[in-house]
Design a protein around this ligand. Sequence first.
Ligand SMILES: [Zn+2]
Length: 251
Amino acid sequence: MFTDSHCHLDFREFDDIRDDLMFQCQQLGIKRFIVPGITRKRWSRVLGLAQRYQGITPCLGLHPWWIEKATEQDLWLLQELAVEHNIAAIGEIGIDGAVEHLEKQQEYFAAQLAIAKQLNLPVIVHHRKSHHLIMPHLQRTGLEKAGIVHAFSGNYQQAKAYIDLGFKLGIGGTITYDRAAKTRDAVSKIPLQHIVLETDAPAMPLQGFQGLDNSPKYLPKVFEQLLSLRSESAEVIAEQIEANVNQFLGD
Ligand SMILES: [Zn+2]
């Protein structure tokens, strides 16, 4: 059994194919999906999906790419809905050094970390060119349940810094690219207890699928790539990764 620990099944790209896709995933043994919310407008869609399909865990957050329009009311609502729906994690939140509004991104990242802290929840963190900006926030907040650094890319030192705070690293399409030597090296060395698999579908297509929508059904390809980087057996890796997801979900 596999879990896609990060996929945006609520996106329109899946509207016409979702039923089929969920069936195909079942056949492939991909049975659980963690679907992060990215804006207030989309939270209800994410929550709705979880009611319609088995195996979907919804999370709620304000994603840095859409932070410009976020308001303080969104933060209040986030806290309210997280409690009301017994949400498993706050996310997707983070800081993206390659997009605008860096100051507001940091302000809202800190505010959402504070909500996670108050509710004793883990978080799902988006990073890009921002390890140096994210780390001080995580260190300052000190979340007991840490969470997942999604779509991890970076070197071993950067991986280690997150691991030392208790975070798991979301490993996805990045490791299928030859150019990702640093990340592949980091993924080969970090303890298995800190690895979860993800696709980030419909974003981040795997090598060989550039230009196409990514899909959770490609998760086994990420798993195969991970196997090639690790010394443990497929069974050991598969089992540990699912245990890591269970731990994240608090099961
Ligand atoms: Zn995402």
